[in-house]
Design a protein. Structure first.
Length: 206
């Protein structure tokens, strides 16, 4: 039996440790990490790219049995084990990581990107396809007057993406880096697009 109340308390405690300030002055590498599923396995793929050219430097994948059900707002408990394993395989340590999930744009300010950033102690940015919470005003997403993220349309006729800082990065810098990392015709920042493709390829190959 999963004690959701206890997990909520844990997320609230973790949220107090999140740093919304840039922990870097410059960066050379960007990574994307995304998950897919095959039966009861979580497949996590991480792709590291050169920040300027988006050339792939390294990619790694991990497959871990899912030991936690899908519950909205608690995705980290399902996907983190595979993500940590994929990240630990890297020889290249990326400066900033795009995560397919929420950062602080989360009911308890601790979505998948924030939780992952806290665990690996690296700057992370959450990129989601929908929002769990918040009001959108002119592209900015507020939760009780606090700016938590942004709505961005990166491609014509495509649904927007939702950007929020995960850890060790400010709201403004997160938005700027995402904007600079999208490559036409893809909707997602290029490292995340590549990770998404890699995770799906692994899923289809199983």
């Amino acid at each position: 039996m999963i004690d959701v109340h206890k997990l909520k308390e844990e997320q609230l405690k973790l949220s107090e440790k999140i740093v919304l300030q840039d922990s870097f002055k410059q960066f050379d590498t960007l990574a994307g990490i995304d998950q897919s599923y095959s039966k009861n396995d979580v497949i996590s793929s991480i792709v590291v790219c050169d920040a300027k050219t988006m050339e792939v430097i390294e990619k790694q994948t991990a497959v871990v049995p899912a030991s936690f059900p899908y519950i909205p707002g608690f995705l980290a408990y399902r996907e983190l084990p595979a993500m940590i394993e994929a990240f630990s395989k890297l020889k290249t340590q990326p400066n900033i990581i795009f995560v397919d999930g929420q950062g602080i744009l989360h009911p308890r300010r601790c979505g998948l990107a924030s939780h992952f950033g806290l665990v690996i102690s690296r700057p992370t940015i959450g990129i989601a396809q929908s929002i769990l919470i918040g009001n959108i005003e002119h592209g900015k997403v507020y939760v009780e007057k606090e700016l938590r993220g942004f709505e961005m349309k990166t491609r014509e006729h495509a649904k927007p993406i939702y950007i929020s800082p995960g850890h060790f990065i400010s709201c403004g810098t997160a938005l700027k880096i995402v904007r600079e990392s999208v490559r036409y015709p893809h909707k997602l920042p290029e490292p995340l697009h590549l990770a998404h493709r890699e995770a799906r390829r692994e899923m289809n190959g199983k």
